[in-house]
Design a protein around this ligand. Structure first.
Ligand SMILES: [Fe+2]
Ligand SMILES: [Fe+2]
Length: 416
């Protein structure tokens, strides 16, 4: 992130100082080219915080971002399924942050989610279009490994190398590189695909990597990457299937790419459904004869507004615009509700019919949210899991309330 500075590592000595100067002098020879570099295998491209907040016009504008973006785009386009984008997600308010971060976000309150507007936290559109199949991991602090799903994901995929790009060289990229080193990963920093708002910071880091981390951190240029990282043209899919290739499997296991697409598609389905439900509920409330049924529908109308907001947040997390996709199933269920309103108007059976229609809607939603939550878990979309779970719990609660009303007064009256 901009304007944060990682403290210099202690322990510099006269000897280290002269080593530093020597390394600075030989800097160009340490940019490994294909000829002298160990091949990159079992790797992911980890693209750090290429978000609108750091882009031109963002509150933490990093001027170099524009210059390195074509290089990052080239890497992502070559390895879309092997790319993980990190998104820095600040707290809603300074008070929500931990320890010293509270002070940081008091200084940068403008960057808290409570103050930030619009699309500042979105991944820049030039890159967002690759997710899926690229994966998105959210993180609350500098390092992509801190309080995120990243290390679990890399462990599960048996990844041994991270190829780093993004912003900023001397803050989040640095912090991520150091944590990756500590985790025993090989780190390859793409020198012309990382950027900083501080030229001095960027240049110093390049020198430091060459000088102090020769065994753990390699530097490479974008142009040289394909030659050294050939095997990774395969995505997760091929990678995860390689162990079973040739085995007597009737169908290949579903890849994260397929699941990502299915997740997004189903998200669009339920988004469309919720919008239809939002329109239908006031009509059902108006038609209901019992105050209790009317109140239940009105309350759920309010909840449905929140459900839509949560879905919009999930779309945002995926770096995708919130868009619905026509869902015939919910249209059919709502249509049935309309028929009941017409056919049983002014009869004692009306409310029982309306409750049954509303419960059919709830069951559809419970099924969709349950599925989405399970898929979000599989895709490690931690924040999405929480949001989907909140809505799922509310849908279940509503279903219970409707059952209770139906079992007590309404069905009894209908039968009378
Ligand atoms: Fe809902
Ligand atoms: Fe609902």
């Amino acid at each position: 992130m901009c304007c944060g500075r990682r403290a210099a590592r202690p322990g510099s000595s006269v000897e280290a100082h002269s080593e530093y100067e020597a390394a600075a002098g030989e800097s160009n020879t340490r940019v490994n080219g294909p000829s002298n570099m160990e091949p990159i295998e079992n790797a992911v491209h980890l693209c750090v915080d290429m978000q609108m907040i750091f882009a031109k016009g963002g509150i933490w504008e990093t001027p170099w971002m524009e210059r390195v973006l074509p290089n990052i785009q080239a890497i992502v386009a070559r390895y879309p399924e092997r790319t993980i984008f990190t998104r820095f997600i600040p707290p809603v308010s300074p008070e929500e942050a931990q320890g010293r971060w509270r002070r940081y976000f008091r200084r940068w309150k403008v960057a808290t989610r409570g103050d930030l507007g619009g699309t500042q936290l979105d991944i820049v559109p030039e890159l967002a279009r690759f997710a899926p199949p690229a994966t998105v991991v959210e993180k609350p602090t500098y390092s992509a490994f801190h309080q995120s799903q990243l290390s679990d994901l890399l462990c599960r995929k048996k990844i041994g190398t991270v190829v780093l790009s993004g912003a900023e060289t001397d803050v989040c990229v640095l912090s991520t590189a150091m944590d990756a080193v500590d985790l025993g990963l090989r780190v390859v920093v793409v020198e012309d695909a990382v950027c900083s708002s501080s030229d001095a910071g960027h240049d110093a880091l390049m020198t430091m990597y060459r000088m102090r981390y020769k065994e753990q951190i390699d530097l490479i240029k974008t142009e040289a990457l394909p030659e050294v990282w050939q095997a990774a043209k395969a995505g997760w899919n091929d990678f995860s299937r390689s162990g079973v290739r040739g085995a007597t499997q009737r169908s290949a296991p579903m890849s994260d790419k397929d699941l990502n697409e299915l997740f997004l598609d189903t998200l669009k389905d339920i988004y469309y459904a919720e919008k239809q439900i939002l329109k239908a509920l006031p009509k059902m409330a108006k038609a209901a004869s019992s105050d209790e049924v009317q109140a239940a529908f009105e309350k759920h109308h309010e909840e449905t507004e929140t459900h839509l907001e949560r879905l919009e947040r999930v779309f945002e997390m995926l770096g995708k615009p919130a868009r619905g996709k026509k869902c015939e199933a919910i249209e059919g269920i709502i249509e049935e509700g309309k028929e009941i309103m017409d056919d049983y108007a002014d009869t004692p059976a009306l409310d029982a019919g309306l409750l049954a229609a509303a419960q059919a809607v709830e069951h559809y939603e419970i099924s969709r949210y349950g599925t989405l939550k399970a898929w979000a878990e599989k895709l490690n979309l931690t924040d999405a899991i929480e949001l989907l779970d909140q809505t799922l719990a509310e849908e279940k609660k509503t279903d219970e309330i409707l059952t209770k009303i139906a079992q007590t007064a309404v069905n009894y009256e209908a039968a009378a």
